[in-house]
Ligand binder design. Structure first.
Ligand code: NAP
Length: 294
């Protein structure tokens, strides 16, 4: 069987960077970062997909600056809503499969038990609204598409909570961290591995399972709990729990964003590990990466 061509967008991002490597076992990956394909440029998306003629499109690109999105909504919607719609239309035109990522921020966070895929959406901020519209655009296209909603992504590179806490821990004796917002941290490599496991089943099998899935590590915590797990048992810095109301941000965030991955795990026969184990694995890989080569 010939290897499928896989077009990957957002290849410079946390998940995209991991996917460029993780999908290489399953096809010939054309990995495009923002410089190679600007998802705000509708014509460029169409031209790129038609030229590459992929059998699988994986859209890891997104406008993820949650607070900035409040003042850059046109750009956020172009990248997070219009671009996925165009990718879905082009996938349909070429009989390709589309994999796209979305977020727990499509929910209003008023629940207290993990969200299933069919729970009503109600985004609280522009980023969440733009991602929500992207999901709808894909659904309306009737393309063969899988949307994986995830949450709290971190890794060894990029802008994320893990790297912020590690930096602040060097600089301060005390960290004040929001303790009344719950969710599940996800190492970008965990998400790439789960995606690759689904792709490994083959594109026809995957296409038959088109739809919306929650894809997160097991377990849940608060930002405070996440920070404490990052800092570990060392006495400094102290990680002090605070209410979100004491840490005002331009974008409102849901108080609860825990997603149930039951459907993903049952469909793809793939269990995502506990977030604490994945944090430990990420830290080990960062340490290994920083060791000098013998
Ligand atoms: N990060 C999270 O906490 C989180 C939570 C839930 C869901 N998700 C979703 O998971 C997926 C992967 O996110 P991630 O964590 O890997 O985010 P990320 O690290 O911010 O990566 C997103 C990538 O998209 C690129 N991008 C932004 N605007 C673009 C444009 N106009 N054209 C092309 N590329 C553009 C960014 O490029 P630059 O680096 O140049 O900006 C970045 O490389 C996204 O769909 C995101 O919405 C993320």
């Amino acid at each position: 069987m010939s290897r499928p061509t896989i077009l990957l967008t957002g290849a410079g991002g946390q998940v995209g960077f991991e996917l460029a490597r993780g999908l290489a076992d399953h096809g010939d990956v054309i990995a495009l970062d923002r410089a190679a394909l600007d998802l705000a440029d509708a014509d460029a998306i169409v031209a790129t997909v038609r030229q590459a003629r992929p059998e699988l499109i994986v859209n890891a690109g997104a406008y993820t600056a949650v607070d900035l999105a409040e003042s850059e909504s046109t750009l956020a919607f172009a990248v997070n809503a219009r671009a996925p719609g165009i990718l879905a239309e082009e996938a349909k035109r070429q009989d390709a499969v589309l994999i796209h990522y979305s977020t727990d921020y499509v929910f209003d966070g008023r629940r207290t038990t993990p969200y299933e895929e069919d729970a009503p959406t109600g985004p609280l901020n522009v980023y969440g609204a733009s991602k929500c519209e992207g999901e709808c655009a894909i659904e309306q296209s009737n393309a063969r598409a899988l949307v994986f909603r995830t949450s709290w992504v971190y890794g060894a590179r990029g802008r994320n909570f893990l790297l912020t806490i590690l930096r602040l821990a060097q600089e301060r004796d005390e960290l004040r961290v929001v303790a009344d917002q719950s969710g599940t941290p996800n190492w970008c490599r965990t998400l790439s591995d789960a995606t690759a496991a689904a792709v490994a089943r083959g594109l026809p099998w995957l296409a038959e399972r088109s739809g919306l899935y929650h894809m997160t590590s097991a377990g849940a915590t608060t930002w405070h709990g996440f920070a404490q797990a990052i800092v570990g048992e060392v006495p400094r810095p102290r990680v002090v729990p605070i209410a979100a109301s004491l840490y005002p941000t331009p974008a409102r965030r849901p108080a609860y964003g825990v997603l149930s991955s039951r459907k993903f795990e049952a469909t793809f026969g793939y269990r995502l590990p506990d977030w604490r184990d994945e944090l430990a694995a990420c830290r080990s890989s960062m340490l290994a990466g920083s060791r000098p080569i013998d």
